[in-house]
Design a protein around this ligand. Sequence first.
Ligand code: CA
Length: 477
Amino acid sequence: MGPIVLRRLLLLGLAAGAVAWLERPAAAEEETRRARAEVNAALVCEALDKAQWFFDANRSGRDAADGNVFPWRGPALVHDGEAVGRDLSGGFFDAGDHVKFGLPQSTAAATLALAYQTFGEAFARLPHERTLPTLRHFADYLMKTVESEERIYHQVGDADYDHAWWGPPEKREAQPKRHGGRPRPVWNDTGADVAGATAAHLALMHQILRAREPQLAQRCLAKARQAFAYARAHPRTTTGKGAYGTAYYPSSDWRDDFAFGGAALYLATGERQFLEAAEGCGLPLEVTSPPNWDSTHFYAYLLLYRATRAERYRAALVRAVESHLRAVRDNGLAFYHDHGWGTLRHAMGMAFAVALVHRELGGSERQLHFVEQQVRYLLGDNEFEMSFVIGVGRRWPLHPHHRGAHTDPAQGPGRMVHELTGAMVGGPEYVGGERFVFEDSAANVISNEVAIDYQANCVAALAGYVAIAGLDCKAGR
Ligand SMILES: [Ca+2]
């Protein structure tokens, strides 16, 4: 923690908290004080280290067990793609289920790559390097989904079938098709959203790997080019629907992901065609949504600013950050009214965005304060006096909605059998006024589900904070 900011936070916290604590018994007051004091630099570093782990829990494919931090994970869904005669195994399960959805898969991969590229020093100081293997696993799968400039697969597995059975991924393929077993259906009605975010991830991976693994970096770039060519030819959103005609992750805009991909390709290659395509797609510059699977506008502005240094992109970044800074509620959580499901993923998305601007444009103490406030809320300095990252802090959720963490399919959702260390749950649910509630129940998918897009934002925000606050995780301060 920066000592000046920490001191100010403590003063602010004491001043704001004094009102809320008036009617609290002394013992509870002491508990709250202790919970606040425990969110320190060492805990933030531990959180970043462990937050990387969750991706191992959701790893899919033949090599899912290789080097996995969780001994209870094994190979799973190894025949993905058989429905179309291609190998589409690998990648990551979406959340507490085992579907591979294109939008959260590609945007989580791109978010994590952007965090790794921008805040590399935060990862370098950790005791364990787990994010680069995760990024390679994402890249390996996303390259498989890009068959050619004419075809990209965006989804494997039907959500309605998948959700009808509760059990670990290693046993999924033995189930009947109506319970998500073989052969898993595959979708290729891909739009420029998934294709654009895939291009962004692979172009960023080219930059990350260029010096250390040049051959893999070249493969990433070749596939990024194909994905972007596909996106150019399909200027629309992805429309895939499952067994009951429901589109999970309905996409509202493709131009953000397209511009993100084009800008990333320009930065990787220096070829102006990519920049011209990105700038010519009609990207709106007024979106103030937290970065998430449906909106990569902020990342598009950032990379376009890196590419051009144009005032309009700088102004869009500043406007977005200002709206995030104004979104802080009485309890300290940054929150937009229309994002009540999985609130922490959005708070972490905003914290990452503000950290990016702090790094890119020269930051203010107010921005650093905001990022720190969100991280502190996440790790225990909140009205529930609990950390929302499993295995980090003094108290954390015990009932995450996650099939792999439970062993008995007959039991259904309940207490986790295997600790899902490092996973960030959805977080407090908004119930009106200034009130939020939190239910530690595996049946509550609003507050207690875990997901790769949540986790990408969580890792990105923690890395951003470690970097801009100058924490030394090796030294533990
Ligand atoms: Ca989008």
